[in-house]
Every structure is written in C-alpha cells, then in structure tokens.
Design a protein around this ligand. Structure first.
Ligand SMILES: N=CN[C@@H](CCC(=O)O)C(=O)O
Ligand SMILES: [Zn+2]
Length: 392
C-alpha cells in the first residue's frame, strides 16, 4: 500500500518490500526483500526489509524491483517542428546527413519562449514518467548568438545540466570561418552563465578536427567541461580528439578502429552509446560489447532529438543494449545509470543506490529488472522518486 504520494519531500521515508534492489554500487549488489530509508532527499539506510527502521512515512514496494533512476547524459530537447517526413524518407532508403539540423533551427527560431518552455517541460515529463531522474540537454538548434543564449536559458530551467552545442552545424548561408569565430567568442560568452558543458559535432558535414579542437579549447578556457559527438556516420577523428582533450565523454562511437577502442579503454573518457539513434539512422549499433571487453566505461543515453532519435525512453535503450548489443542486463543497467553519471561527472551524487547519494529511485511494475528486456516496450515504470520526492 502506498501511504505517500506527495509533492513535497517528507523528512524521512522508508521504502519496504523491495523484491529486487539493483544498487549499481561498487560491489554491484543486488538485494532481495530489501528496504531503503530516505532522509532529507538522500539515501540514509539500505538493508533487509524485515529490519527496516521506522520513518515519518512509508511506501510498500509490494515485491517490485527498484533501481537507480536513469541518468540520461545526452539529449537535445530544445527544439520545435517535426521531421517525420525526413524519417520516413530515411526508412525508404535516403541517407541521414547533418544538414537536417538546419530544418529544426528554422522551426525553433520561430517559436517563442513560452511555447518552447512548454515543449521542453513536456519532454522532461515524458522522460520522468519513464524513470529518468537526472538529465542533460543541449543547445544547438539556435546557431546565432541570441538564439543559442535563449535556448541555453530555457534549457537551464528544465534540465539538470546544460551543454553548449553552438558547434552543431554551420548555419545555412553562413561563412564557416566567421561562424567558428562567433562560436568561440561572442556566442560562448553569451551562453556561459547558463551552461556547464560544451560539445562539438565532429563529423563529415559538420566540423572537422581542427575546427572541433578550436571550439573545445575555447570552451575549456572558459571553464566548461567537454564532450564530443564523434564517429557517428563513419570512421573519423572524434574519439581520438575527445581523449586528447580530456573530454568527459564521446558520444555515438559507431565506427571505431582498434586505436579508438584502446584510447577509450586507457582514458577517463566515457563512451556513450545511443542505440535509439542507431536504429533510427540505420547505423550499425555502437560496439558496446567490444568497448566493455576492452575496459572502457560505457554509458547509454537516449539522444532525444527530432532528427535522429525522437525518444526519451531509456528503458527502450536498455532493452536494445541487452537484446542487440550483447550487453548483460547488469552492464546495461550500469551504463544507463552510473555510466551516464560518470559521463556527466556527477557519480558522487547520482547513478547508484548508496547511502549518502540522492534518493533517485525507479520502481518497476515487475519483480525483477530483467523484465525491461524480457518485456520490451511495456510501460514498466510504476513509481519514480527524485531527491526523495515521489514524482510519478
Ligand atoms: N549528431 C548530431 N546531432 C544529433 C542530430 C541532430 C539532428 O539531426 O537534428 C544527434 O546527436 O544525432
Ligand atoms: Zn546528439
């Protein structure tokens, strides 16, 4: 029975009757008949349900599985417009190209703050209802100083962390060198107060390795953490550049040579796989198995955006990783929680169920987390706690 479904966080809550608790802690513990005590938004105690201490309120999970909330470390949620026709053409055989970003840029520029904010809130709401409790989002559909600043400001109000992606595409009609000067100068200055991270789309048709390096250097000098879109559409320099620059993550990683894999395995740069995007663009699925076997840290993220991955369904990404990327359930769950947390450098706060961490919990309508892959596409989110507060 649920006794608490409040919008404010009580001082303490005990969650009893957890059939299976996937902690994603350092020992990868999976506990049965467990309980968790939440105090002031943090996890205060984990142990056998029968020994759970009393708290101000209680919630009986009734044998359900509980895991950390998803940490979605890669989304592009600030957008308007629809690219369903582009997707349909792709399914009929047309190749994806970076140029589609310009279509979304135009639609988004024409959309006012109130509408964009409500689109953003709806997307974050969808993510939350699917179990996501920590979410990054990017700019990158503004591509002018004023628009990138506006998108960064709106993103800051909706997401947990924001990434500046002025280097997403040279906007149609602009001079590439002049645009690069803008990104590394006035645009960066205009967004800086709203963002913590910077990203660059290092790919054929977007930014080459020298331009990408220049953007990353400027952003690092401005105090931002770095990440890179790399090796998505073909082999390329993105992964090596990300490692060279000490980026926290390199995302997509579809087309890797042995040196890319070795470089990731020897670095702190997280390899973020985006399986929903790979399916939607008919790219080979990122080699998550090969990366893990080599010793790299792997994250799974949704990459929600209107061009290549219009979904925030992290459960679907986990199911795909298990069903088609040869990750075990344990590996996929870690990648979608702690992997994302490491990609965002917030692993001390979120990404696992451990005493002292934020109480971000995902209660499944299933007795065990394997149901995420066993029953793919089913609405398995029963309840979601963020910072100890029940939000779903
Ligand atoms: N690869 C670059 N950016 C997005 C796609 C953007 C778009 O096509 O609108 C991605 O991550 O897939
Ligand atoms: Zn992306």
């Amino acid at each position: 029975m649920t006794r608490t479904h409040a919008s404010t966080s009580p001082a303490s809550t005990v969650i009893t009757g957890i059939g299976e608790l996937t902690t994603v802690d350092t020992e990868h513990r999976v506990l049965h008949d467990a309980a968790v005590v939440i105090d002031d938004g943090r996890i205060a105690w984990i142990g056998p349900s029968a020994q759970a201490p009393a708290a101000d309120t209680s919630y009986d999970a009734e044998g359900r599985a509980v895991l950390p909330g998803w940490v979605d470390s890669h989304t592009h949620l600030v957008f308007a417009g629809d690219r369903g026709a582009e997707f349909e053409a792709r399914m009929a055989g047309q190749q994806y190209s970076a140029g589609g970003i310009g279509v979304t840029m135009s639609a988004t520029r024409e959309t006012d703050d109130a509408v964009l904010a409500s689109l953003l809130a709806a997307r974050v709401g969808d993510a939350r209802r699917g179990g996501t409790t920590f979410l990054e989002t990017k700019t990158g559909y503004g591509l002018s100083v004023e628009e990138e600043q506006r998108h960064a400001r709106l993103a800051e109000q909706a997401a947990d962390v924001v990434t500046f992606l002025g280097a997403h595409l040279v906007p149609p009609g602009a001079d590439a060198d002049e645009y690069l000067d803008l990104v590394c100068g006035p645009m960066l200055e205009a967004v800086a107060e709203h963002v913590q991270w910077a990203d660059v789309f290092c790919e054929r048709g977007a930014f080459d390795v020298d331009a990408s390096r220049r953007v990353l250097q400027a952003c690092r000098d401005a105090g931002l953490g770095l990440r890179v879109h790399g090796n998505q559409l073909g082999p390329g320099p993105g992964v090596k550049l990300a490692v060279e620059m000490g980026a926290a993550s390199v995302d997509h990683v579809n087309h890797l040579d042995d040196a890319d894999v070795a470089a990731l395995a020897d670095s702190e740069t997280v390899a973020t796989c985006l399986p929903a995007c790979d399916l939607s663009t008919r790219q080979p699925l990122a080699p998550g198995r090969r990366l893990l076997d080599a010793g790299a840290e792997v994250a799974l993220a949704s990459n929600c955006n209107p061009g290549t991955s219009y979904t925030t369904a992290m459960g679907f990404c986990v199911a795909t990783a298990v069903l088609q990327m040869e990750l075990t359930l344990k590996e996929a769950l870690r990648a979608a929680t702690m992997g994302g947390a490491r990609a965002l450098r917030v692993e001390d706060e979120v990404g696992s169920v451990e005493v002292g961490k934020r109480a971000d919990l995902h209660v499944l309508d299933a007795p065990a987390a394997i149901h995420l892959a066993y029953r793919p596409g089913m609405p398995l989110t029963h309840a979601v706690f963020k910072d100890g507060r029940r939000e779903v």
